[in-house]
Design a protein. Structure first.
Ligand SMILES: Nc1ncnc2c1ncn2[C@@H]1O[C@H](COP(=O)(O)OP(=O)(O)O)[C@@H](O)[C@H]1O
Ligand SMILES: [Mg+2]
Length: 505
């Protein structure tokens, strides 16, 4: 058969780094082809070559049997190849319609009329379920909506092949479902999709075939229907995923007590509404819920960056309701934030500097006000090694790392401080399997050593794998509290939609 697209023996080097080595990829017409692999495996590089953003050092690209020479994205677009990047490339102060149409008049029209544009965009929205308010400014959109704008932009320019580079990494589960709905519509209308991800569940759900890359090389291509998730994981990481070892539960009194807590949100008056719970030392308490039910505001109030309206928070017996962030940290609280770009890292600082923030003024990193840079560098190199952070060295700017690698830095920094209570918010979102596994093990170590973990996660598999008890949030209130043994996905799902025991029957 003739492939829709064939990449043959692609090699790409960045200085000493070989990002792609003799990579082969064959994509059939009209399929959803998953390109999978851990952070740093070479997926984005390969797709940037296909999109004309990078030139390969070696190798060839064929479109329906015809060799292509792609000098820039304009060449790729002209051939019907579109790409939605991990970091969006939209102008924030322009409207959705302006972003999509910039430089391209509506189809078949020589004279630009806004009405023609609006009707063309409307029909794309209807066909592919890509709902976004066309006259809104991009800066006012959610991440999921911005992604739809990028997809529409590709379609508007006539893309038949659409590359989605880790499109689900920053989406909520609901947004992911909506994206998958659009992907199915695109496929039904004859588009070919290359879907990049390292999340097994998604790969199994949406793809027809899978090609795995590992350390810049092609591992192989398989039919999704003929493999198990375990086999796909093995292709990605080159070994079996370890099963989590969990010691028997051994609790020792309250680590965190939350009593009748009320917190207002940005748009909602009572984002957290009269919430009470306790977290024990030696325990992982999972907070499950559909996103937007008070999780973010709860986390911010516990950290000390959002005012508490009423109620009380106790950390290891001390009332911290009115204490500041630093005081809470000094009292043994650590925080893995949800939005690592905004809260977690100084992007223009080095990895080393980011790793020692918070410990830079205490022993062993510093004594008598002097920072021991050699010690800090040595320690940073160890952390880079342990967490598998993909970077040439510790002096690299944090902003140059991929999202998953940024998250590893935050986790390494926060957990190295020997915290007594860890507030972990979506700790493995956007992180590859190997590192997720490591982060999970670290959280369990903290628990087994008598520490406490409050795990806020939208990923039910993660919640079920780690938690000793699970609290479900709905509309800022606790809609359910279960021991792990009692919990399962279906039951949690009911509580997540506010269906209490009475209604469940
Ligand atoms: N512009 C670049 N300069 C130097 N190294 C790069 C550049 N882009 C990617 N790399 C390196 O190439 C390797 C593959 O990266 P990438 O293709 O982004 O992986 P993936 O998308 O699978 O996470 C990584 O080691 C990365 O650090
Ligand atoms: Mg990538």
């Amino acid at each position: 058969m003739t492939y829709e697209l064939e990449l043959k023996n692609i090699t790409k080097r960045f200085g000493p780094v070989v990002a792609n080595h003799n990579v082969n990829l064959q994509v059939a017409p009209g399929e959803v082809h998953a390109l999978v692999g851990e952070n740093g495996a070479g997926k984005s590089t390969l797709m940037n070559i296909l999109y004309g953003l990078l030139q390969p050092d070696e190798g060839e690209i064929f479109l329906r049997g015809q060799q292509l020479r792609l000098r820039s994205p304009l060449d790729a677009i002209e051939k019907g190849i579109g790409m939605v990047h991990q970091h969006f490339m939209l102008a924030p102060s322009m409207t959705v319609a302006e972003n999509i149409a910039v430089g391209n008049p509506p189809k078949g029209k020589r004279i630009w009329r806004n009405a023609d544009l609006a009707s063309e965009l409307q029909s794309l929205q209807d066909l592919f379920e890509l709902s976004v308010p066309l006259e809104s400014k991009v800066q006012d959109l959610s991440v999921g909506q911005m992604q739809r704008v990028e997809i529409m932009k590709s379609l508007y320019r006539g893309a038949k092949i659409i590359v989605l580079d880790e499109p689900t990494a920053t989406l909520t589960p609901q947004e992911t479902d909506e994206l998958f709905q659009s992907i199915r519509k695109l496929k039904a209308s004859g588009h070919t999709i290359i879907f990049i991800s390292h999340r097994l569940k998604e790969i199994m759900e949406i793809s027809d075939r899978i090609t795995a890359l590992r350390a810049g090389e092609t591992v192989g291509t398989v039919k999704t229907s003929q493999v198990t998730p375990t086999e796909v994981a093995r292709m990605m990481i080159g070994r079996d995923v370890a099963t989590l070892e969990k010691a028997p539960l051994h609790t020792q009194g309250d680590a965190l007590r939350v009593h009748q807590l009320c917190v207002s949100g940005d748009t909602k008056d009572r984002a957290v509404d009269d919430l009470s719970f306790s977290l024990q030392q030696g325990e992982i308490l999972g907070i499950a819920g559909v996103e937007g039910n008070g999780q973010t505001e709860l986390a911010e109030a516990l950290i000390g960056v959002r005012p508490i309206q009423s109620g009380r928070v106790e950390l290891l017996g001390a009332d911290i309701t009115r204490r500041g962030v630093r005081q809470r940290m000094d009292a043994g609280l650590a925080h893995i934030p949800q939005d690592r770009m905004r809260e977690g890292l100084a992007l223009d600082r080095t990895i080393l500097e980011n790793l020692i923030v918070g410990t830079h003024d205490v022993s062993p990193v510093s004594t008598h006000g002097v920072i021991h840079w050699n010690y800090a560098a040595q320690w940073s190199r160890e952390a880079i090694q342990r967490y598998g952070i993909k970077t040439p060295n510790e002096q690299e700017k944090a902003g140059n790392l991929s999202g998953g690698n940024m998250q590893k830095i935050i986790v390494a920094r926060e957990l190295s401080r020997g915290p007594k209570v860890v507030l972990a918010c979506q700790p493995t979102r956007g992180v590859d399997i190997g590192a997720s596994e490591y982060i999970h093990q670290q959280l369990l170590h903290i628990r087994d050593a008598g520490g406490a973990v409050l795990l806020i996660s939208a990923d039910l598999d993660e919640i079920l794998a780690l938690s000793d008890r699970i609290l479900v949030l709905f509309n800022g209130k606790a809609s359910g509290l279960l021991r792990r043994e009692e919990a399962n996905e279906a039951l949690l799902g009911q509580y997540m939609f506010g269906l209490g025991e009475e209604e469940q029957k």
